[in-house]
Design a protein around this ligand. Structure first.
Ligand code: ZN
Length: 132
């Protein structure tokens, strides 16, 4: 990967993390919580052509699991506190963190797909169950 394409990848990831268009960095990717705008309102990039699919959920679970759940299990109070108390005390903040991270992760995945030039049309090339 060349330096220019690496810079484009990091720039598109950064813009996607902020919920901005990976091409111009000004327009918004989402028009609602996780609904991707059909096109950028500033540069008119077709944002709907980047299929993020299950990637954002996968990366969000991966990050929350490694950054919050695994370290939380190292504290003894998790194992010693009654379950009726520890479940709401831990699950409510974890749910909030997960819901806060999900649009950022989805934006980053869309940014990566933009930088790597992967579009919805490429999905047919990688489908294993395609009929020939
Ligand atoms: Zn744009």
């Amino acid at each position: 990967m060349s330096t220019a394409s690496r810079n484009t990848l990091f720039q598109a990831l950064s813009r996607g993390l902020r919920g901005r268009c990976p091409h111009c960095g000004t327009g918004h990717i989402f028009y609602r919580y996780l609904k991707v705008s059909p096109e950028c309102s500033v540069c008119h990039l077709d944002l709907d052509r980047y299929p993020s699919d299950d990637g954002p959920a996968y990366f969000t679970i991966l990050l929350v699991g490694h950054l919050f759940v695994a370290p939380l299990l190292l504290f003894p109070f998790i194992w010693k506190t009654p379950i009726w108390f520890i479940l709401p005390v831990t699950l409510i903040p974890l749910t909030a963190v997960t819901l806060a991270m999900l649009p950022r992760t989805k934006g980053a995945v869309i940014g990566a797909l933009y930088a790597l030039k992967v579009s919805r049309e490429d999905a047919a090339l990688h489908t294993a169950d395609r009929l020939d």
